[in-house]
Design a protein around this ligand. Structure first.
Ligand code: FE2
Length: 424
């Protein structure tokens, strides 16, 4: 029997001086003044924030860490990124994809990111990336939950054989149905792809997560079809629209009607702030649009909104390090989510909201939940975002799986303290 007692934690809901007792991988008691059972491992949180782990609702593990191969994206546009990925695909090997994905998972664990929904391109008839990531999913299972989305990067109708490949990927065990309606040849084909893929998901009892309207074109309205199909097929809560950047540029009258439909349909939304702010507005002069979807309005309407990382060092984005607090900080700034409640919602957008979108089992800090948590060098969720706080300790199923040094600096100034750590 393995036991761990985390002492003197601050929880995301503001409770202080809380102890959490884990036994055999689950939290069994959460409260004040818990006694340590005999032989129990102790972890003193020293009043720092203990949070459930970070969850990334939108990532691409098959392309991660390929930056510069075979060349760099010169224009910085989404379309050059897709073309570049097309050049790289024939050069990929299953081993290299798996090796890079595993390296990224190491980074994720170190950052307290223990669940990732990753899209995997199914347009390669060899399904190399699918096989590689299914193997990685199995390998990391003891410490990281990987959910895979069958993603037809070149368009399920536009790319020859893509629908067949997508179905084969699902047969092999890929979890979620993906799509990219705005990349199909016409608006009509885009809408048809949404209908087709939602029907496929409904037949197979799977969730849906589409790259949807990732463009500055306000006429790209596939999210409307996605919401409609979610409602028609009774997929409430199981369908996600990712990116939705066209909403940034839509007319307010239409956007308001659309947001109400999204809420009514139980649609989830994922914004990818780091990518949206760098890839959108690329055809603008000035003023230049930010491109991120209408996060505050969606949140206010009750649509679950998560922030995803999307890319790290790949054809679309040369930066990032699996840090969901960096993602949350960017989302907060780009969306001007500066009220106390909105800033706090940005923390939820990289923890509990994506956990619900992925349908994670036993996520949270209540008794009965799996004993997964992150000890952050911060006093509150908003401070964690402000500081991109150090992940002092990462716990999975009641076992410590990563530690990081606290962030601090040593000063040499007369009459001033020797140490500063930036916390409030
Ligand atoms: Fe993506």
């Amino acid at each position: 029997m393995s036991q761990l007692l985390v002492r003197n934690a601050t929880l995301p809901d503001g409770r202080r001086g809380i102890d959490l007792l884990a036994r055999d991988g689950r939290f069994v008691e959460v409260g004040s003044g818990l006694q340590a059972p005999q032989g129990c491992e102790l972890l003193d949180a020293q009043g720092w924030l203990v949070s459930p782990p970070f969850v990334d609702a939108h990532f691409h593990l098959d392309s991660t860490l390929t930056f510069g191969q075979p060349r760099v994206n010169q224009s910085g546009t989404l379309l050059e990124g897709i073309a570049l990925w097309g050049e790289l695909k024939p050069l990929l090997t299953e081993e290299a994809i798996a090796e890079r994905a595993l390296r990224y998972c190491d980074w994720a664990v170190a950052r307290g990111l223990l669940a990732i929904r990753s899209h995997v391109d199914v347009c390669d008839p060899r399904l190399l990336a699918v096989r590689a990531l299914l193997q990685v999913r199995q390998e990391v299972k003891p410490y990281l939950e990987l959910q895979l989305v069958a993603f037809p990067q070149d368009g399920v109708l536009r790319a020859p054989g893509a629908l067949d490949n997508l179905k084969r990927a699902l047969d092999l065990g890929v979890d979620v149905v993906g799509g990219i309606p705005h990349f199909e040849r016409t608006m009509g084909d885009g809408a048809a792809s949404v209908r087709l893929l939602c029907e496929l998901a409904a037949e197979r009892g799977l969730r849906v997560d589409m790259h949807c309207d990732e463009t500055d074109d306000p006429a790209s309205r596939h999210v409307e079809t996605l919401a409609f199909e979610a409602q028609r097929l009774r997929l409430h809560g199981r369908v996600t629209g990712s990116h939705l950047t066209s909403m940034h540029s839509m007319d307010n009258a239409y956007a308001n009607k659309l947001i109400a439909l999204m809420a009514e349909s139980g649609l989830n939304a994922v914004a990818n702030p780091l990518i949206n702010i760098t890839l959108q507005g690329r055809y603008d002069t000035y003023p230049r649009r930010r491109g991120m979807t209408r996060v505050p309005e969606l949140m206010a309407a009750g649509v679950p909104v998560a922030f995803g990382h999307d890319c790290v060092m790949d054809p679309w984005y040369a930066f990032g390090s699996a840090d969901m607090l960096e993602v949350a900080a960017m989302g907060l700034h780009v969306g001007q989510l500066t009220s106390a409640a909105q800033a706090r919602a940005c923390f939820d957008a990289v923890t509990q909201v994506p956990a619900r979108i992925l349908g994670l089992d036993g996520y949270g800090l209540e008794p009965g939940c799996r004993a997964d948590c992150v000890l952050l060098q911060a006093r509150s969720p908003v401070e964690a975002i402000r500081l991109r706080a150090a992940r002092l300790v990462v716990v999975r199923a009641g076992r410590v799986i990563a530690r990081s040094a606290a962030a601090s600096a040593t000063l040499s100034l007369p009459g001033r303290p020797a140490q500063v750590d930036f916390t409030s």
